[in-house]
Design a protein around this ligand. Structure first.
Ligand code: CA
Length: 176
């Protein structure tokens, strides 16, 4: 089990609203990073992996729809919730077409907001199973370089660091 806090990126230029949202998400047990612009958000995205992104549309610099499309190019699966002061149908469609998963109009009800965030995180975890480590096969042997063990005709054996380094070298030779 991974008990690390889920990390949410909040992209919002209205400081008071951002403080309120961050406070409430932290109360729910999330870790929150705040970006005041799309540019700031894209920089943070190059350093961290987020469980969910909350995105305002009216931002200084690049607008939220463009930020949404750019995020989708970097990560096809991270859930994106758009928060917009504009309730027009066209904005909602543009938001969803830019790759957002959900759309909420400001001002919003805090409980509804938190429920949506929780629901989006649950759905994204269904689609994201634990990665299965692939082994390299050599005859009857299968070597797992990430978890430092091998399956051989003699049974499971642990690998020393040196063997793992040699194995990685072989993986490179085989172009894998
Ligand atoms: Ca704004």
């Amino acid at each position: 089990m991974n008990d690390e806090k889920q990390h949410i990126l909040l992209i919002e230029d209205e400081i008071n609203l951002a403080r309120g949202i961050s406070f409430n998400l932290e109360q729910e047990g999330f870790r929150v990073s705040h970006a005041e612009s799309g540019e700031d958000a894209l920089e943070k995205l190059s350093y961290y992996r987020f469980s969910l992104i909350i995105l305002d549309i009216m931002l200084p610099g690049i607008d939220g729809f463009s930020v949404c499309s750019l995020i989708r190019k970097l990560d096809a699966r991270v859930p994106i919730l758009i928060l917009s002061a504009r309730a027009e149908e066209g904005d909602r469609i543009t938001g969803l077409a830019s790759g957002a998963d959900d759309y909420l109009t400001k001002p919003f009800n805090l409980d509804e907001f938190l429920l949506r965030v929780g629901g989006m995180l649950r759905r994204s975890s269904w689609y994201r199973p634990e990665p299965v480590e692939e082994g390299y096969s050599f005859g009857d042997n299968e070597v797992f370089l990430l978890s430092y063990h091998a399956r051989t005709a003699q049974g499971e054996i642990d690998l020393t660091d040196l063997e793992v380094k040699i194995g990685r070298g072989m993986g490179i030779l085989f172009g894998s």
